[in-house]
Design a binder for this molecule. Sequence first.
Ligand code: TPP
Ligand code: MG
Length: 614
Amino acid sequence: MTKTVRLTMAQALTRFLSRQMTEIDGRRVPIFGGVWAIFGHGNVAGIGEALYQVRDELPTFRAHNEQAMAHAAIAYGKASFRRRFMAATSSIGPGALNMVTAAALAHVNRLPVLFLPGDVFANRLPDPVLQQAEDFSDGTASVNDCFRPVSRYFDRITRPEQIIPALNRAMQVLTDPAECGPVTLSLCQDVQAEAYDYPESLFAERVWTPRRLRPDRNELAAAVAALKGAKKPLVIAGGGVLYSQASDELAKLVQGAGIPVCETQGGKSSLPDDHPLNMAAVGVTGTSAANRLAEEADVVLAVGTRLQDFTTGSWALFKNAGRTIIGLNTQVFDAGKHWALPLVADAAEGLAELGAALKGWKAPGAWTDNALKGKTEWQAAAAKVTAATNAAFPSDAQVIGAVQRAMGSAVTLLHAAGGLPGELHKLWQAGAPGSYHAEYGFSTMGYEIAGGLGVKMAKPDQEVVVMVGDGSYLMLNSEIATSVMLGLKLTIVLLDNRGYGCINRLQMATGGANFNNLLKDARHEVLPDVDFAAHAASMGAVAEKVASIAELETALAKAKKNDKTTVLVIDTDPLVSTEAGGHWWDVAVPEVSSRPQVNAARKKYEEAVGSRQG
Ligand SMILES: Cc1ncc(C[n+]2csc(CCOP(=O)(O)OP(=O)(O)O)c2C)c(N)n1
Ligand SMILES: [Mg+2]
């Protein structure tokens, strides 16, 4: 007879989660770092009670906003190189839907997170319940169906025993490098509380280790042949290099063969910035060193990247008509993009096997020398724009320079939206793998602060520096209070340019009038003058408005020594961004307009689109 234990579905679920383990540096640790929860109707009585039962093995953390707590959970998974992750549970209705944007963020970025939103009654007897949306034609629909397109695996649990296969599938998706993404188990509230005789074996401790696919023999041979024939090879390092922890294999391959490397937003810090072959950022927010090579490259080895438009310059960056792209990726979908030669494999395994097969082969010396020269030129250009200044309204680049000088490269730097991602991608000098944390797949305003909290939970010994614009800060800042409450220190640098600076610049670049982006250009009776320092201080942070770059550096040095979340506010210039480097990006400009500036921008746009190489 199978031994069973009588538990509610919610109790079985939380007990199961608490028994899932992984190994980090030879040490067995729980694979779930904890559960973020905001309780309400639909989860307090079921999941809430069950989380209390396991609170010592599987800690629960309380947040202020469901989207933000999900950001923290996702950032935790990213900062852990997807080896560990978190869950997030909400009440039904608005609490659940607040997590949908975060689910999309995790989906786009291929990051593991387990969503446990409460759902309406499976038995439907009390319908319509508080917060239930009624569908006139579909009795099975609930608002949680919104999670379907933004989950890698979605399931609605309408009977307690369904959780058994659902948890099996959930763990497969969360731990598989190719499938990895958000899992949503939508938990009907009556079913959470229903008891079932679960097999005891369900709660046995399991240890999950990341799957490392080795390349197919034929695909490897084709990739090696392409690389051996290359005169101008280039590696693009994406986030997959970091998740696979493949930096050593990458360095070995490119050093052996003299191949320059450039990095996507997700892949930045695959090699340290000062590695001679690291040309740093590629694409729309790329360095001149990287982009010049990308234009000429005849074989592009794209490792662990989705090749999104910021990387490919909307597919106008690679100008060598005879180029071959090799897609080294665990996911077939990514490996074969744009007719790439697929090399389906784990990044570390794939790079190691390529390295072995290429042993003794070297890229033409002139190509490698040209790369090294380009890097030196770029470094000079970058030093110029990040140098200290006395300007009353410094540029983002000058603030980045100050943060870098004060904090060094050993911190983990985090950003997500606004003008900062482009500037940081170009200019931040990253150190160890994972020390540069960009959410630039979904570029979600409001990821920054809560994301920083998740990184700090994953790496408690690291200084976590969050750089954020005034717009993102105003959108979602409430987890500052949580960081103070949990004693998890963040250093937040807030750049106040009084509006949506980067979108204002994009508006101007597409011929638009200055309209509805900067506060001064938006309809107003009173021009807002938000006291960000007072606002942050009200949540318990140490907060200060600094008047100059020099003051910022002093304040950062002070912040390094204290152990409390610190918010430093600096006024910046909304109109300036770094001109060096960069590349065209496809943003559709109106075909007809009464504005001559739009017509001029359209003309330029058509020229750019016309020069795109399929
Ligand atoms: C949730 C969300 N809404 C809208 C956008 C579009 N968007 C991208 S950047 C941006 C402005 C960000 O303003 P701020 O944080 O002040 O940064 P700045 O552009 O001024 O550097 C907007 C509206 C987005 N990325 N995310
Ligand atoms: Mg702004």
